[in-house]
Write a protein that binds this ligand. Sequence first.
Ligand code: DX5
Ligand code: ZN
Length: 235
Amino acid sequence: MFKPVAIAPSILSADFMNLGRDIALIEEAGAGYVHVDVMDGHFVPNITIGVPHVRQLHGLASIPLDVHLMVSNPLEELPWFIQAGADVLTVHAESLQGQWLNRAVELIHEGGARACVACKPHTPLSALQPVIAELDMALIMSVEPGFSGQSYIEGSEQRVAEVAAMARAAGNDGMLIEVDGGIGEETVGRVCAAGADVIVCGNAVFGAADPAGALAAIARRGDAARLAALAEGGC
Ligand code: DX5
Ligand code: ZN
């Protein structure tokens, strides 16, 4: 059955002095989530925002907060972000070895949030195998995490198709697939045809002269690709 793509604009590219205005804008334009990039300057070479921001965003946004933790110690920090109002909480597979990845997913669910695990572009997707049956969402990074405005890594759509097949094989048909990095009108069709459900867009939305128009155009192209794939018997 056809499900429209959900756009998750990343506020990393928004105007931090006018976040209320920018969030109202994307909500009116039909965004599905607010994507919040938390970076610690250690897991990635950049520092962005933290718990107090998420708490205030929770009061401001009426669509779910999709909090992407790019930190070295997610097990310690994730409860704070759930308490602050994260609806979807993403941790990176690279920062959680062995059983700790399972524990993180359990903790997210115990906290009442939806659990997502992310893989950097060169991490084998087998890293998701121990938790794939439990995930609400998997995040395929299509750039190296750390900065907005980078170019899409060619071939990332194959990793989307691969993770879709892994979820089906695990009997987790409800798992969503999110793609993050370098997505805009040119690239959204490829990842949606491969099975992407949630599209993170930073620069392509907030860097556009008309952010609402850009968001709508990306959603239209994503939906068209999903419909075409469905007609061909794909996702
Ligand atoms: C990168 C972040 C992304 C980033 C996306 O580490 O996870 O969410 O803000 O920005 P664009 O869409 O500009 O690549
Ligand atoms: Zn992100």
